[in-house]
Design a protein around this ligand. Structure first.
Ligand code: MN
Ligand code: MN
Length: 459
């Protein structure tokens, strides 16, 4: 099957629009290095686009009318936006889904220790990472520390020009003979991922003077004590901004393209929608996908279903059956990044069914691994519908599988929406160096994803 390179389709005007969209996405990435920050960014986008907070409307017992725009943040880590349609919600919704958590290094609940005159934060990594990639590079610390009285201290250290950064040290090659003989998975232990956080001692003769000095800074700058780590969520992420990549500036190098490169265009397609749709439109941005969508803010929780029930109630559909019908009759593009074909590692891909950079938004009829184990498999009938919608809108699109049949595999949030018996298909943007601290995407694929999502909402 021949697929045209997306760049060949663009005139000057579309290139300019694509460039502006990529710039806006880059700014979103820089403000959204954690799921909490991404949810907050999404809230800002929606408020600026005239969306109301659904929780305020629930509280007020307000009615929802066609054309109303509402959003809901769940536990500050997941986010949903809706545009109310003119049809009954029982007729179903048009849903765009993605996730906003990314692989990273979390700080433990009792993290701070001093060892031979250096102070460290002990960590527990989150998601599927190659641990060695996180050594000897500048790290920033983002998150919240919630004190006993419930007050929340927001933390973002390492992003400003003059901010200090943190680092996990690596062994010098001169002494790494044994280390270098290890396999990559054994190269560094999870327990050795300790973040160097200080080296100068505080005054006084008590033990652990370097650790005490770090605690003094935390007290001075954030008003927190060592005990407060217990109720903190602190995430170490690569420090610094996303950048244009390539001399032609055709790509973006950034942290957390997985899956914000799908979350952002999904959100914007709903936020940018003008007028009143027939079916209710929805963007759902979930937390915890990288660790199996578990927990109260993950797609396996009932937060989405509950929110649809609230929405239905404000539209006058109080019956449980209405909610079941709303979900069952919905159609969904469940977006997550695809493994971009990389010529350097061509051996793990089956080229004619691989996601190519610059061939546009990528549809995966099924996911899973080996014998399609754990696959969410979209119906051919639905695939045909999506195909027609994309072609009619002039969207550049492709299909792919994740690697060769026996090499590996993966899954996303699609199967969790498929359990409502709705039509859902996996799709997304190809990524190079997926799950590395810095990942690469093509601006053209980002743009085609946005165009594809807009077309799906208008279909
Ligand atoms: Mn993902
Ligand atoms: Mn991932």
């Amino acid at each position: 099957m021949y697929r045209k390179n997306a760049w060949e389709n663009y005139d000057g005007e579309e290139r300019a629009r694509l460039g502006a969209f990529a710039d806006a996405y880059r700014a979103f990435l820089d403000r959204s290095k954690t799921e909490r920050e991404a949810a907050a960014s999404a809230e800002r986008v929606c408020r600026a686009a005239g969306f109301q907070n659904l929780d305020d409307l629930i509280e007020a017992g307000a009615a929802l009318m066609p054309g109303d725009r509402v959003y809901r943040k769940w536990m500050n880590k997941s986010f949903m936006a809706f545009v109310v349609g003119s049809e009954s919600i029982e007729r179903g919704m048009r849903i765009l889904g993605a996730h906003i958590d990314s692989p990273r290094i979390d700080v433990k609940q009792n993290p701070l220790f001093e060892d031979d005159g250096l102070a460290y934060l002990d960590t527990h990594y989150y998601g599927g990472i190659k641990k060695y990639q996180w050594l000897a590079m500048p790290l920033a610390l983002h998150g919240v520390i919630v004190k006993r009285d419930g007050s929340v201290v927001s933390v973002a250290i390492g992003e400003g020009e003059d901010d200090p950064v943190l680092c996990i040290t690596d062994l010098l090659p001169h002494l790494a003979q044994d280390q270098m003989a290890k396999t990559a998975s054994k190269f560094i232990d999870g327990e050795a991922l300790n973040i160097l956080i200080g080296s100068a001692p505080a005054e006084g003769d008590d033990k652990d003077p370097v650790k005490r000095a770090v605690l003094e800074v935390l007290k001075r700058d954030y008003g927190v004590e060592e005990e407060d780590f217990v109720s903190a969520e602190l995430e170490a992420v690569p420090a610094g901004k996303a950048r244009d990549a390539g001399l032609d500036r055709s790509m973006l190098l950034g942290y957390g393209h997985d899956d914000r490169v799908c979350a952002y265009p999904s959100l914007m397609a709903v936020a940018d929608y003008e007028g009143t749709p027939e079916m209710t439109l929805c963007a759902v941005l979930a937390d915890k996908e990288e660790i199996g969508s578990v927990g109260a803010s993950g797609m396996n929780s009932h937060f989405f279903e509950n929110t649809v029930a609230e929405l239905a109630a404000l539209m006058g559909c109080e019956k449980e059956l209405s909610v079941r019908r709303a979900l069952q009759n919905s159609v969904m593009l469940s977006s997550d990044v695809s493994a971009g074909y990389d010529p350097t590692y061509s051996g793990v891909f089956e080229k004619k069914n691989a996601a190519m950079l610059n061939l546009g938004v990528c549809f995966n009829k099924y996911t899973g691994s080996r014998g399609k184990s754990g696959a969410s498999d979209a119906n051919a009938e639905f695939m045909a519908e999506v195909r027609r919608v994309m072609d009619d809108a002039g969207v550049c699109w492709q299909t792919s599988e994740l690697g060769k049949v026996d090499v590996g595999g993966g899954g996303t949030i699609a199967w969790l929406c498929a359990k409502y018996a709705m039509n859902v298909i996996d799709c997304g943007v190809p990524v190079l160096s997926m799950h590395a601290p810095w990942e690469i995407i093509s601006k053209a694929d980002l743009w085609e994803a946005y165009k594809g999502y807009c077309a799906f909402l208008r279909a």
